[in-house]
Design a protein. Sequence first.
Length: 358
Amino acid sequence: MTLPAHSRFDAGALRSFAEQMFLRAGMPADKARDVADILVEGDLLGHDTHGLQLLPVYLEEIAQGRMTLDGGPEVLNDHGVVLAWEGRRLPGPWLMLRAIEEASARARRLGTGIVSVRHSHHIAALATYARRVAEDGLVLVLMSSAPGTSSVAPFGGTRGVFSPSPIGVGIPTGGEPVMVDVSTSITTMGLTGRLAREGARLPGAWVIDEQGVPTDDPAVVTPPRKGALLPLGGTDVGHKGYGLGLMVEALTAGLAGQGRSDPGPRWGATIYLQVIDPQAFSGTAAFEQQMDWIARQCESNPPADPARPVRLPGRRGLALRREQLGHGVSLPASVVKSVGEWAAKLGVPMPEPLSGGS
């Protein structure tokens, strides 16, 4: 049977389904609930490369013994404001929610709280954490690098050294939060991998082949090919993304003491997570006054294209989240297929789609 290009599913049904899949795979209940919630939240916010597309990948990691299911992180150092964890390759979304709890409590008490995590498993979409922290009236700064991935070339180079190494920021305002979730590369391996499987092209020349020639063909970065992603800014101003990538390496791998110089190709993440309480500085009211003014100036700015008014980062995702909570989460056919194969393997019924899709 040919699947529609997209199918819609009830968000609650998807959460329950993903939770049951993780439980069937042996994940403890608290971790299964949190990981399922973060993956579905990624799809709700429009980060579909970091939503349920990751469910089969996580399940394969569990099946191969590459994700730790039991216990918690090991405390390496605790200096009040700063907490350093050995993540033990525990599920990344569960680890991040625990780290946010710790950092937020310290921020309320000390003004800021920082948690450094080494050997975390993959942590999914950063925007999912930014929303939670910002809606609690706090500022989040979150950075992640994947030491086992070398897919992004340094500016002017032809071989991958870095991972896409995203930066996430959550900013509270008097209204909806501002949510920044950007990679330090011009695209991600999740998107290029999906488009390569579908035989599709990238929107622009965002990757380079083995000779350093820019192209929109995602297949050049798919094994056995050895192309690379371009840093943010591409071939013109990619020195900016290159610099941001180096910053992320310093705050993640450098501070955690675990990164690309270490042996082992295993998939995972090294994390820098900081929560800031505006009340400890000039006060929450003053912070919101400044951010609300900036927000108004951006949103009322005369657009270059009247059909595309200026938006604040994250507002489209929040609008999409509201729409999908009401009308169902849209999943691409390729995701439905791969998830369905694992559902059959684990004996978990797939939720029924709400509509035929498009």
